[in-house]
Design a protein around this ligand. Structure first.
Ligand SMILES: *Cc1c(COP(=O)(O)O)cnc(C)c1O
Length: 505
């Protein structure tokens, strides 16, 4: 029996929904109007009206359903397979959270609704703030920032406001280790400070002597990720914040890697003044397509007066229970960071996550995330250690870095080629070429929500790909073979992207 040259689905895949359009075909027909028609001119001024109706495809409902279903399968997502994208914490998002976020009282709440009529939402946000305060060990929280990078900007602006308020206006620098995520130096620059790099020591932590040499009266803040982007918890964390404090600067904790420490240790207890959370990483949200996210910050007492407005205020109202309000009257505030109150659906999901796990559960999530990372690191040492050694060989946090440099030297294939081949095996590749400190880096983060069988399968697949590379490097150099789009010319895709298919006819 021979397979047909092309299945109906393959043929469909090549056809756009516009090409399927047939004039007059409908997916839905509105019922006859049984009230007087209102001329559109009464509702919209001429300047806001279209001259012609939009060019929409005219198709039947099954075609629309198949169209979106097909589109959804062209992407790789967490519901498709293992997604060990380091730094991004691609953990499973419980489907219960989607149901809660989609409840009409949550999903349909208008952002301009008056506080008196959105008490439930404000209470949820207030309670989320309290939970994040507990997790971070810092007393005050703002949910305003919409991403980790936005939280960074808020935090550095708070540091500036704090120094300015004390008349301490000569500080011009922010220290960041050379392992920092790219958003850290970008934030520092946007906030008007100069980036000063701090070296990494042989064990992958902050080089204490280098830090000591650079921490002086010209420094406004230190921005540190812990565990850092190498997946390593800094052994000198107390010493680091003491050095920063001694020069009068603020210690900023990039909390993107909170998934390694939730419920185990707290940035506030380590001596930090401000931390950002990536709710879309540590506290479950579908992410990876660019949002929406949330990057709340938690701060110490000395930074509290400068928090962005509005601040959610709780008032004890006696019998009826507490009431909630938005406090805008904060003279020292750095101001507003965005319209409305933040991505509320994100808050609902993260609050549901915290409530359903509880303190013990959050701790367990982190413990299993760290255990999974260390297990996978050990398995990969067996299946791939010869060509892909661990960059800093010690116990890791929730992620770890391999170097593809020996693979490149010995087999003639780069980390990029290995990553592309993984797609054919059904795995999303890890983060590649970051952190910059490691040559041909692969940053692998399995998260706590993957089974041992999945981790074993991944380690064995990498081993198999390396064996393939040894006898047939072309198999990697031309990969992927099975994806909707083969290997792209990445420079051309960035410089002159083709984002529309020409319409036929
Ligand atoms: C993801 C990440 C950020 C930035 O967070 P966004 O929410 O993507 O803006 C900052 N630092 C580290 C270490 C990260 O992993």
């Amino acid at each position: 029996m021979t397979a047909p040259a092309q299945t109906a689905q393959q043929r469909e895949r090549a056809t756009t929904i516009f090409e399927k359009s047939v004039p007059g075909r409908r997916a839905f027909v509105a019922p006859e109007l049984d009230v007087p028609e209102k001329p559109v001119g009464d509702l919209l001024p001429a300047s806001a009206r279209r001259a012609e109706p939009p060019r929409l495809p005219e198709v039947a409902e099954p075609e629309i359903v198949r169209h979106y279903n097909r589109m959804s399968k062209r992407n790789f997502d967490l519901d498709t397979g293992f997604y060990p994208l380091g730094s991004c914490t691609m953990k499973h998002n419980p489907k219960l959270h989607e149901r809660l976020a989609a409840m009409p009282g949550n999903a349909r709440l208008h952002p301009a609704q008056a506080p008196a009529r959105s008490q439930g939402a404000l209470e949820l946000m207030y309670n989320l703030e309290r939970a994040l305060s507990e997790v971070s060990g810092l007393p005050h929280v703002s949910l305003q920032p919409s991403a980790g990078s936005h939280g960074e900007l808020a935090g550095v602006l708070l540091a500036r406001a704090y120094h300015d308020d004390r008349g301490d206006t000569a500080r011009t620098k922010v220290l960041t280790p050379d392992t920092a995520h790219g958003t850290n130096p970008a934030t520092v620059t946007m906030a008007g400070y100069e980036v000063v790099k701090v070296e990494t020591s042989a064990d992958g932590g902050v080089d204490i002597d280098d830090l000591r040499g650079k921490a002086d009266e010209s420094v406004a803040a230190l921005m540190l990720t812990n565990p850092n982007t190498l997946g390593l918890f800094d052994r000198n964390i107390d010493e680091i914040t003491r050095i920063v404090d001694a020069c009068g600067a603020i210690s900023y904790y990039d909390g993107a890697n909170l998934n390694a420490i939730m419920g185990i240790t707290r940035p506030g207890d380590m001596g930090f003044d401000v931390v950002h959370f990536n709710l879309h990483k540590s506290f479950t949200q579908p992410h990876g397509g660019g949002g929406p996210g949330a990057g709340p910050i938690a701060v110490s007492d000395r930074l509290e007066p400068f928090l962005p407005v509005p601040v959610i205020a709780r008032h004890e109202a006696g019998d009826g229970g507490p009431t909630f309000d938005l406090d805008e009257d904060r003279p020292k505030s750095i101001g507003r960071l965005r319209g409305f109150q933040g991505n509320y659906g994100v808050f609902v999901r993260s609050y549901a996550y915290i409530c359903s796990l509880g303190a013990e559960g959050l701790r367990e999530a982190s413990e299993v995330a760290v255990l999974n990372a260390n297990y996978l690191m050990a398995r990969l040492r067996e299946t791939a250690g010869q060509h892909l050694p661990v960059a800093f060989d010690r116990a890791c946090g929730h992620e770890f870095v391999l170097s593809g440099a020996p693979m490149k030297r010995e087999l003639g294939v780069r980390t990029l080629d290995l990553a592309k081949r993984m797609l054919d095996y059904g795995y999303h590749p890890p983060t590649v070429y970051f952190p910059l400190l490691v040559d041909e880096a692969l940053l692998i983060e399995p998260t706590e929500t993957e089974t041992r069988e999945t981790l074993d399968g991944f380690a064995e697949a990498i081993g198999e790909i390396l064996r393939e590379a040894a006898h047939d490097p072309d198999a990697l150099l031309n990969a992927p073979y099975t994806t909707p789009v083969r290997r792209l010319d990445e420079a051309a895709a960035a410089r002159s992207p083709v984002v529309r298919q020409p319409l036929s006819g």
